[in-house]
Design a protein around this ligand. Sequence first.
Ligand code: PEP
Ligand code: MN
Length: 373
Amino acid sequence: MIVLLDPALAANAAKERELLDTLRALPDIEVKVHRVKGAQKTVTEVYLIGDTHRLSLEDIRTLPGVERVVRVSEEYRVLGRHKDDRRASGFTYNGVEFSQENLNVFAGLCAVDTNENVEAMFRALQGFSQTTTRMGAYKPRTNPYSFQGHGKSCLPDVFTLAGKYGIRVIAMEVTHESHVDEIAECLEKTGKPTGVMLQIGTRNIQNFELLKAVGRQPEFPVLVKRGFGITLNESLNAAEYLASEGKSQIVFALRGVKTNLGDPHRNLVDFAHVPVIKRLTRLPVCIDPSHSVGSRDRAQDGILDLMHVTAQGVVAGANMVLVDFHPNPAKALVDGPQALLLSELGWFLEDVALARETWEKRCALAKKHAAHA
Ligand code: PEP
Ligand code: MN
């Protein structure tokens, strides 16, 4: 059960404590308080966990200081959409909005290699007024002898250069909780020239201790990528781990699932799940066409498979696109074969805009038909 407190209560600590004490006194019920920071105000949500079926919705709703009460279903208690659940979704981080309504493109390097390539990437992004990117410093690799990423040593230059080119959010994978501290310390030292969205990779989605640690930190939003060998339900439960620890700034990413049935693509593209996740949860949904397709192959129409699947995801309402680019893919240390060229950035963005326009038109069409129904 979720108890939404009257925002006016925030100004009255004693009254709020009184209400929380009343809730904590309920037998066999655990009380968890979440502060959800929005652009205008902070909303306090209180989660009652345990045998809440015995509680009367009305009794809780009439307690002083309670605005609304939502009875949640078993699945995705914090992130899910529940009956009569009008909680807002989405968030703003470092001036960039993330929601189920808008779209952000995060084009960038799969892995940071040289400062020259990082700067060339940022310069290209600035040329198209892009303020969000991806840059891997900690790379989880299948082979222990492969390049593992430059780690914390590359962070000062990456952050400083990002600031120089007006980059506001960098999606960056962490594979251990110590990486979060390294990122926070480096941002502090360099004067916070940019922001970071922590990425939980597909291989770590059921690393529950990492999820809990990343869910507990209050500073950074989190991009959590679907597990490539587990069900959608299991992946959404992993996202729920983040939320149950207090994280409210979460984006869920589809990146394909591992099966030979997807051949010759690197993974079987799963972007048909974009609307499913938007229906089941309040999370903005990201698609990663690069790790889904894994190549620069194109069909007779001249369009790369990677661009085709991006369009398919965006036409279905995706809210974020995470995509690999590289100034010189042949020299990239990680995932060169799937990287787009900097000279293709304008084409890619224009193609995404076309697909987005189609999604908007499709929404208007659906609305018109719903009105006539
Ligand atoms: C990545 O985005 O760099 C990455 C490793 O993705 P995934 O975890 O989806 O394989
Ligand atoms: Mn990669």
